[in-house]
Write a protein that binds this ligand. Structure first.
Ligand SMILES: Cc1cc2nc3c(=O)[nH]c(=O)nc-3n(C[C@H](O)[C@H](O)[C@H](O)COP(=O)(O)O)c2cc1C
Length: 314
């Protein structure tokens, strides 16, 4: 259990933490102070339909839309649908390590291109009266010292908080988090700071907060998919019956996917990635394999039902 002064943020995960998932998680598990949308971006000059739909379908108050700008002008444009929906918080991603994103000068490429980052930070300052902005970043692109090139500009930008994923972009999501470099950043950063990276258990969270008690809070992604009650555990709240809540969440996201997607194959492809996190226990590998091999919604539904029943038996 952690002190209530610390905020718990559910990290954005493309393809996974969509509006349907966020709503069901908040309803069935909770314990989270802020949810984030996966990044909203512009592709070949246009908004992606699914990003706008995700925003339209949003029903939670405590959601922070995340945007992926490559310039101040793009930031302004990305904020338009957010403001039109009446939302007053925006998270700006400058840490995405996916090569196609970085190749277009977005995400972690901005840490490698201070001039473009300054343009985006300037863009935040210009529209900061319209919303509270936050920044989600990494230590650097190919060195854990690169934040030093941009920290002064970040410190002088009006921000609610900064979230630091304690890796460099070259690592993507693997390898050790660099806690030493994170500590240096924590000393230099004048904004309230949120730690992100590899928090899987309450003990992991406690270790970080013991080491940096001045943090505003923590952000958890994969750890919350693997244990959807983790935030509740951190809060010391009574826990829902896990098997029942898990089944309801699973059935809810599956039903929403079926309602939204026309191709049965699409539904199966949408659901399968959740299982990379939902179940990592080798004793269920036969059932998991059947889920991964499913080719349409019916096959998926049968395989997932067998897996969930097997997990419930233990
Ligand atoms: C499949 C996947 C999708 C992700 N999508 C996003 C995203 O849209 N925006 C973002 O800022 N980070 C994204 N991330 C990074 C996570 O938000 C988080 O920073 C990272 O997973 C480290 O935290 P964790 O160890 O608690 O998962 C993604 C990560 C994964 C694995």
């Amino acid at each position: 259990m952690i002190d209530n002064k610390y905020e718990v943020h559910f990290a954005p995960l493309q393809g996974l933490t969509d509006a349907s998932f966020r709503r069901l998680h908040a309803q069935l598990f909770g314990g989270v102070d802020f949810y984030y949308t996966p990044f909203i971006r512009i592709e070949r000059g246009l908004f992606r339909k699914r990003d706008l739909r995700d925003l339209t379908e949003e029903t939670l108050d405590n959601v922070v839309p995340q945007v992926l700008p490559g310039s101040a002008a793009e930031l302004q444009r990305l904020c338009e649908p957010v403001f039109a929906k009446g939302l007053k918080r925006v998270d700006v991603n400058i840490g995405c390590p996916f090569p196609p994103v970085m190749a277009h000068g977005r995400g972690a490429a901005l840490i490698n291109n201070p001039d473009t980052l300054l343009d985006v930070l300037d863009g935040i300052a210009k529209i900061s009266a319209e919303a509270e902005f936050s920044l989600k970043m990494r230590l650097g692109y190919d060195s854990p010292d690169q934040w030093k090139d941009v920290i002064d500009a970040i410190n002088s930008t009006p921000l609610r908080h900064v979230t630091m994923h304690a890796r460099i972009a070259k690592q993507q999501y693997r390898g050790e988090c660099d806690l030493e470099a994170f500590g240096q950043f924590a000393q230099a950063c004048k904004h309230p700071l949120i730690y992100n990276g590899d928090l899987l258990t309450t003990a992991d969270v406690q270790n970080i907060l013991d080491r940096w008690p001045g943090l505003r809070g923590i952000m958890i992604g994969r750890g919350l998919l693997a244990d959807m009650a983790l935030a509740r555990k951190l809060r010391g709240d009574t826990l829902p019956d896990f098997t029942t809540a898990f089944q309801q969440l699973h059935d809810g996201i599956f039903a929403d996917a079926q309602a939204r997607m026309t191709e049965p194959r699409q539904v199966a492809e949408h659901m399968k990635p959740y299982w990379d996190y939902f179940c990592q226990d080798d004793q269920f590998r036969r059932e998991l394999k059947a889920v991964r091999k499913s080719r349409n919604a019916d096959q998926y539904e049968a395989a997932a039902a067998a897996l969930i029943a097997r997990m419930a038996r233990g």
